[in-house]
Design a protein around this ligand. Structure first.
Ligand SMILES: NC(=O)c1ccc[n+]([C@@H]2O[C@H](COP(=O)([O-])OP(=O)(O)OC[C@H]3O[C@@H](n4cnc5c(N)ncnc54)[C@H](O)[C@@H]3O)[C@@H](O)[C@H]2O)c1
Length: 321
């Protein structure tokens, strides 16, 4: 099938492109490269360097490609930027999203899969949240993801396509951008490999559900391919298992030391240090993957230890260390 992947040059989007290619599909990427990079993609994949906010350009791309499916990953994805600039967030995550969904419906796309977020929809959860948990988005980013789901439900109901909203937990792995304020695995990896102490916010007892980017890509392709009865289906993508930041930091510390020792590197990794706690950080957030298992036959395949070792190796090899 022909598939437009918005945000396809980014972390999760580029793993989706790899999975689509492996399954014999034909991906086309729309990305403004604000955080994604062409080097994440095989050179054979067509990349339209375009902003989803630019309605005329997006319309022309949909006319040219005439895709069967759309996988919408492009977004403003910083919670703190959304707090400072709610208009910028809405411009990308609401108006940009509508440009994509509306053009998809216009050219007869049969299915749209949308990257939503379990973390920002469910809020504080000490046990894995099922999909029907109350929605309590507090940041403009959370609000715009929730609105995005409701627009997808509207297009699915009124325009005869199928919509699947995948509510990711905390995604980590190779190609994640280590420059933002999110993505603790990528940020710590970069610091440790450079011989700098990683800073754990507050007491580090912040529990999250870490799922590997390649597993999230498999979930996206399963959500595109699997026959579904409802016109709109929200599905959590996570492991249901929590790890706190202290545990992530110590696993990364061990994996980085092992990697450097094997490479006979002279870099010495200092112990992590604790900094100020960050206002508004949830203590615990987990999502239940039961519906994903039932409807998509999807289960996470990469455990945290293996995923962290792979991520350390990838950052070491791709950050010139
Ligand atoms: N990483 C996570 O833990 C996580 C968790 C929940 C949801 N999500 C969602 O998953 C999606 C992918 O996130 P990611 O972690 O791969 O981030 P990313 O920054 O690596 O990917 C986003 C991609 O979208 C592109 N992009 C951003 N704004 C654009 C615009 N206006 N027009 C065109 N392209 C644009 C970027 O250049 C980038 O390639 C996002 O929608 C994000 O909100 C991510």
């Amino acid at each position: 099938m022909k598939v437009i992947v918005t945000g396809g040059a980014g972390f999760i989007g580029s793993h989706i492109v790899d999975t689509l290619l492996a399954k014999g599909h034909e991906p086309f990427v729309i990305d403004n490269l604000c955080s994604g990079e062409k080097k994440n993609l095989p050179p054979s994949v067509p990349v339209f360097e375009a902003d989803i906010v630019d309605g005329a350009r997006i319309s022309a791309i949909f006319d040219e490609v005439k895709p069967d499916w759309v996988c919408h990953q492009a977004a403003q994805m910083s919670v703190s930027r959304s707090m400072r600039e709610p208009l910028f967030d809405a411009e990308n995550n609401v108006m940009g999203l509508l440009n994509v969904f509306d053009n998809a419906a216009r050219v007869g796309v049969k299915r749209i899969v949308f990257a939503s977020s379990g973390g920002v929809l469910y809020g504080e959860m000490t046990t894995p949240a099922p999909e029907d948990s109350p929605k309590k988005p507090v940041s403009p980013y959370g609000i715009s993801k929730w609105i995005g789901e409701q627009y997808l439900e509207f297009y699915a109901r009124e325009r005869g396509l199928q919509g699947v909203a995948l509510r990711y937990s905390n995604v980590y792995g190779p190609r994640q951008n280590p420059h933002g304020e999110a993505g603790v695995v990528a940020i710590f990896c970069k610091a440790m490999l450079a011989g700098k102490a990683a800073t754990v916010n507050g007491d580090g007892k912040y529990v999250r559900d870490y799922v590997h980017g390649r597993d999230v890509a498999l979930a996206n392709v399963a959500a595109l391919e699997t026959t579904m009865s409802a016109s709109f289906t929200p599905i959590n993508i996570g492991t249901g298992v929590g790890a706190d930041v202290n545990e992530i930091a110590s696993q990364l510390y061990r994996a980085t030391q092992d990697y450097l020792k094997r490479r006979q590197s002279s870099v010495i990794v200092p112990e992590c240090r604790h900094g100020e706690s960050r206002a508004g950080d949830l203590r615990s957030n987990l999502v239940s993957p039961s519906r994903a298992a039932l409807l998509l036959n999807w289960k996470p395949t990469i455990g945290l230890k293996e995923g962290i070792e792979q991520t350390v190796a990838w950052f070491a090899e791709n950050q010139g260390l």
